[in-house]
Design a protein around this ligand. Structure first.
Ligand SMILES: Cc1cc2nc3c(=O)[nH]c(=O)nc-3n(C[C@H](O)[C@H](O)[C@H](O)COP(=O)(O)OP(=O)(O)OC[C@H]3O[C@@H](n4cnc5c(N)ncnc54)[C@H](O)[C@@H]3O)c2cc1C
Length: 343
């Protein structure tokens, strides 16, 4: 938390949130720069910031004045972290199948169910929780604000992961947890729309984290290759290896441009889901490829924790899974293509 608090002191804990709630009032293009730079050192911190900012954006866009004033300042200042709870054990990609219930009672709702894979679970203070208030499918889902410490709300299993070691991923357990009426976001049935709008942002921010990570892996690979000598010459000058690095650099540049385009669209209010999905897909696949190749360029030492590239490779993998797996990005791109060409 002390390091996260310092991110707040730098003024970047709520980059896109309006200044009146303590944010920096900047754009998604600006947020991408912040996340990319942070990801060059730590994807875990970048992801913590990205998810907290996404949850703040939900409050800023869908919250009423009272909710915004109550919850945003502690988040934009970096004193607290926010989390986004959609996934459950049986509903990941098929998020609309979620089973956590919110039963209407006098003065509020009673939540029951378990959320899984929640980034910052246990360290976040404010949770945006999707639960079912009505019929099956996406129309029966509502969004709630739940605070750490609420009666009937506890933390379950903490995942032991391949990467993102600093970012806790944890279950949230709701057992007859009372949530007051004033902590419902918008109206009943708006939850899935709110969740989808968050994921639109998540594609861009996860893409920018992937770009920063891939850039750092490329930097490490080139620096090492220029310095390391075998057969009396720098290994950079072996064409077989040099072409690998030219490919890495080209892919990183393509990814950066695509993510920038997606962020620019978002900032200008242009809804282009196809480009946003392409940006997430391309940037995260690139991060996986480039970090893996960076380990190869460094040879044996690349596989050890003395150099950071093995961590980069582990941290890259899950970027292809979160905020809509890369297969789901392809499903959406395919849908867009079909619509486009049918017209
Ligand atoms: C470290 C980490 C942090 C996370 N943080 C959060 C968080 O903060 N909040 C949150 O709500 N969730 C979070 N998640 C959950 C994450 O969003 C899900 O893991 C993701 O949506 C995939 O769901 P799943 O794991 O259930 O996989 P599944 O949906 O079961 O998918 C398994 C495989 O099937 C493929 N697949 C599924 N459907 C299709 C299809 N229609 N076409 C083609 N292929 C398909 C997938 O691409 C994948 O390869 C996190 C997960 C991890 C690992």
């Amino acid at each position: 938390m002390d390091i996260y608090n310092q991110i707040g002191e730098l003024g970047v804990a709520g980059v896109t949130i309006p200044e009146e709630y303590g944010g920096a009032g900047l754009s998604y293009q600006d947020l991408c720069v912040v996340l990319s730079e942070l990801a060059k050192s730590s994807v875990s911190y970048a992801v913590t910031l990205s998810v907290s900012t996404m949850s703040q954006s939900i409050l800023a866009e869908f919250g009423n004045e009272e909710q915004k004033k109550k919850y945003l300042p502690a988040l934009t200042s970096g004193e607290e972290i926010a989390a986004f709870a959609l996934s459950e054990s049986h509903s990941g990609s098929d998020a609309a199948a979620l089973k956590t219930t919110a039963k209407k009672v006098e003065g509020g709702y009673i939540l029951n169910g378990t959320k899984m894979w929640i980034t910052s679970g246990g360290i976040a203070k404010t949770y945006i929780v999707m639960a079912r208030t009505g019929e099956e499918g996406h129309k029966g889902i509502s969004a709630f604000i739940v605070r750490d410490g609420a009666e009937g709300f506890s933390y379950g299993k903490k995942e032991n992961k391949m990467g993102w070691k600093v970012s806790p991923t944890r279950e949230l357990v709701f057992e007859n947890c009372f949530v007051p009426e004033e902590d419902l976001l918008q109206t009943e049935g708006m939850g899935f729309k709110i969740a989808l709008s968050a994921l639109d942002r998540g594609r861009i921010t996860i893409g920018s984290i992937a770009v920063g990570l891939a850039q750092r892996a490329l930097d490490e690979a080139v620096k090492y290759a220029l310095d390391r000598k075998q057969f009396n010459q720098a290994i950079f000058d072996f064409q077989g290896l040099q072409f690998m690095m030219t490919d890495m650099a080209t892919e990183v540049e393509c990814s950066r441009l695509l993510v920038e385009e997606a962020a620019r669209n978002f900032d200008n209010g242009i809804k282009n889901q196809k480009v946003a999905c392409m940006a997430k897909l391309k940037a995260t696949d690139t991060a996986m490829k480039v970090t893996t190749d960076a380990v190869q360029v460094l040879g044996g030492v690349g596989y050890t924790s003395e150099y950071p590239v093995e961590r980069f490779m582990r941290d890259a993998k899950v970027l292809q899974i979160v905020e809509g797996t890369n297969q789901i990005q392809k499903v959406v791109i395919g849908r867009c293509l079909k619509k486009e060409y049918a017209q």
